[in-house]
Design a protein around this ligand. Sequence first.
Ligand code: NAD
Length: 332
Amino acid sequence: RPLNVAIMGLGGYGTMVANAMRACKKAKLNGVISGTPSKISDWQTRYRIPEKNCYNYDNFDNIASNPDIDAVYVITPNGLHKDQVIRVAKAGKHVICEKPMAVNAKEGQEMVDACKKANVKLLVGYRMHFEPKTLEIIRLRKAGELGKIMFFQGLSGFTIGDPKQWRLNKALAGGGSLMDIGIYAVNGARYMVGEEPVWVTAEETKTDPVKFAEGVDETIQFQFGFPSGAIASCLSSYNISYLDRFFLSGDKGFGELYPATGYGPIMGRTNKGELSFLHVTHQTVQMEEMADIILNGKTPIVPVDGEEAVKDLKIMDAIYLAAKTGKKIPLK
Ligand code: NAD
């Protein structure tokens, strides 16, 4: 049988995942958790979800006794993930959580520990980890085709609209652009270079302190150093358009993705020419692969588990600290 999934948080991205799951064979949308009754009835009709698989934020612990739900996909504002994921784990269901998994590494580790204790899997919605052109550049780098890796550039940003949205609310978002979009450059630097950074420096720029309040970063530039001597230079912004580019440079070749992390199609090339893999709907492939990881213990090429997310969160904590203190922050 497929992996039966309940989505928690029926907003913009939840809807995108639900629509993408229509094409899945190994995963099935079979339940919802929402605070809005009208959305629940709408989703029941649209996705044929039985009444007994519908929950709200007060009663979703009862999912523990529902054999028709195997996993809950948490797609709510970032600041709510920790408590919601821990509640799902306590109900004995596997958890898929959207990025950023938590608002700092300490909370992320608590989530990892809670899932371990409950003996459930914790996966994070890192959809690029299954994207063919991304994986091809990783394959070429691992095969030595790019030579010794010297440099990565990750540009991640867009111009954010409505100043009242939760993404600009520190309590719900956990920060600003870095939490939401800069995380792609952080995560991308690690999977493109294939190493963990050993130091971080960062500088923050704020042109609009009203829209981007204290603790909500508008633009952050950050740099990493890796054990091999490779370096990374990245930019995260809520106020610069068309920022979605990864560039990996080695002494024998390069890989470029632009756009690198949008919903697609991803465009990519190397020193040898264009990458011509067919576009796949990221969320469909992600859910097929996650069903295999949860049900059959499949190991993904790039990890998508809670520990992987904590690695990103530790680096993001260090970026914020570096931006605040102006110091170079060493990472273990
Ligand atoms: P959204 O605002 O469109 O939806 C959020 C949903 O959470 C809404 O249905 C809202 O009603 C619900 N919600 C529950 N409690 C809430 C509360 N206290 N305050 C506000 N909303 C509450 O946001 P979204 O774009 O769907 O983002 C949700 C999560 O998905 C975020 O963590 C975001 O980073 C992530 N996301 C990931 C991707 C990706 O490509 N992987 C893309 C977009 C969003």
